[in-house]
Ligand binder design. Structure first.
Ligand code: AMP
Length: 488
């Protein structure tokens, strides 16, 4: 067991962005799962795990900290993960626990056999449920909120695994794209608002793939079938794929930040390549807040497609004025502010030949704490830019995400404390502009943001939290039904 210090129920907030993959019906299930996880590496770099299952119901697991390649690059590891079905998970947690016990897929033995669960997203009532479950005797092995699913399934009085899972899903609140594997089937589920993504693919040999994004289907040569719908449960077994919709239909609220930053540009979301969407966002940004300039420079890699769209719309040359060193992890992975500063310097350098003597527009996808922008602006000025203008392809990030995107607490968000003019001064730019909320919706093919029924979850920009933040309420009490069960 790793050395850990934990506050089991009071962790300030979960920080989990994750990628999930499930395979059913392939002799190479574990290898394909590892490949899928590799394609989803951008969704989590802290740890990776795969649980496979033989037809006899025997499970095998391998998990470890680090990248997919670090853990599954060895053919012997893959060979040990026998079976025609597997489920895998990439984890990205920036604070709290890096303990192995939190690395998914979670596995547990039940009366019906083994069950492995991989979850992307965050539950907003996990702590409330945990308190109630502990009172009635459940022993938690990890501090990840995903373990709540395991205990709720264990205590469910329904007989089939799918019904037990649905029973569990009806008690949790929050965002989840979930893949579960048991002796009878591979199950995929998306929360009723479909905040996090989950897609279905078909393998040439007849097997199925469930994955966070279509880029994981491409790498294993699977054909994209469709998205799992919000609130839908898909059950895959040797008879094929069946769908259940246990939740009353409600308009979806897919995470808008997946478009802006999180999803891989070559993934297809809602029928459109993310790359194209990002270019459209950049073009809209240029229309809204164009400024006289000699060169448009992306902050790599996240600002690249938006900068291309901006440059094309503005009719100004696009140049790689900042070069990224690809051998350093994402800035956010570094745990302390001090190291985060260092990280930015390690990661980017100015390309003086492109910048010197020019009026530069820098394009990035977001400003969170402001660390990256401040360093980049300073670096570009030091390389001889005559003016430095910052353009951001998202609205100001004013609120924390509680649904699975890692954002710091609100007090650390630059836009929560300062207006745009102050932010420009803080990052040292001659001007700063963010795309408007309506402009962002327009770039996504909508007329603007429908305030009565927004098409996306945009809580990080608006504070409009569509799923109740149960654990955030003071003295949140456990649901009555669980307490009754505990007392009976
Ligand atoms: P900051 O330096 O704190 O302002 O963070 C902004 C930079 O982090 C931008 O370049 C983004 O591309 C990137 N970024 C934004 N959101 C996230 C996230 N949730 N995880 C990792 N990186 C992010």
């Amino acid at each position: 067991m790793d050395d850990v210090t934990t506050r089991p129920f009071e962790d300030d907030k979960p920080h989990e962005e994750c990628g999930v993959v499930g395979i059913w019906g392939s002799a190479d299930a574990a290898a394909l799962t590892a490949l899928g996880l590799h394609a989803l590496q951008h969704r989590g770099q802290e740890a990776a795990g795969i649980v496979s299952m033989e037809t006899s119901g025997i499970f095998h697991a391998h998990k470890g900290r680090g990248l997919v390649g670090d853990n599954f690059g060895d053919a012997a590891v893959i060979a040990g993960l026998r079976g025609r079905a597997a489920v895998g998970h990439n984890r990205y947690a920036t604070t709290g626990e890096t303990a192995l016990r939190n690395v998914q897929p979670l596995y547990a033995d039940f009366e019906f056999g083994g069950l492995a669960v991989a979850h992307n997203g965050n539950l907003t009532n996990a702590n409330t449920l945990k308190r109630a479950l502990v009172r009635r005797g459940c022993l938690f092995q990890s501090t990840t909120d995903s373990e709540v699913f395991v205990h709720l399934i264990a205590i469910s009085l329904y007989s089939t695994v799918t019904d037990r899972l649905i029973d569990a899903l009806k008690q949790v609140q929050g965002a989840y794209s979930l893949i579960a594997l048991h002796n009878g089937a591979l199950i995929g589920a998306r929360d009723p608002l479909g905040v996090r993504p989950l897609v279905i693919g078909k393998l040439a040999g007849g097997g199925y793939v469930l994955a966070s994004e279509t880029c994981a289907l491409d790498i294993v040569g699977a054909d994209f079938v469709r998205d799992v719908e919000p609130g839908e449960i898909v059950v895959v077994d040797d008879a094929g794929l069946r769908s259940q919709k246990p939740f009353a239909g409600q308009p979806s609220r897919f995470c808008i930040f997946e478009y802006i930053y999180f999803a891989r540009p070559d993934s297809i979301v809602e029928g459109t390549p993310v790359y194209e969407t990002r270019k459209r966002i950049g073009a809209e940004l240029a229309r809204e807040s164009g400024v006289a300039a000699d060169v448009i420079v992306p902050v790599p890699d996240s600002g690249v497609p938006a900068a291309m769209g901006y440059a094309a719309e503005a009719g100004v040359p696009y140049e790689l004025g900042i070069i990224r060193n690809h051998y350093v992890g994402r800035t956010f992975i570094e745990p302390t502010d001090q190291i985060r500063h260092l990280g930015v310097k390690l990661k980017h350098s100015a390309n003086r030949a492109v910048i010197e003597g020019r009026r530069v527009v820098l394009v990035d996808d977001s400003i969170v704490r402001g660390t990256t922008s401040r360093k980049i602006v300073e670096m570009v000025r030091a390389a001889g830019a005559t003016e430095v203008h910052m353009r951001i392809s998202s609205p100001p990030t004013t609120h924390s995400c509680f649904y699975g995107i890692d954002t710091p607490e609100r007090g650390k968000l630059l836009a929560a404390k300062h207006d745009v003019a102050e932010m420009a001064r803080i990052i040292g730019a001659d001007s700063l502009a963010f795309i408007s909320l309506d402009g962002l919706y327009r770039a996504l093919g909508r007329p603007g943001r429908d305030t009565a029924q927004p098409a996306y979850c945009d809580a990080c920009f608006t504070g409009d939290y569509a799923i109740p933040l149960v654990d955030q309420r003071e003295n949140a009490e456990p649901p009555l039904s669980l307490l009754h069960a505990a007392n009976s």
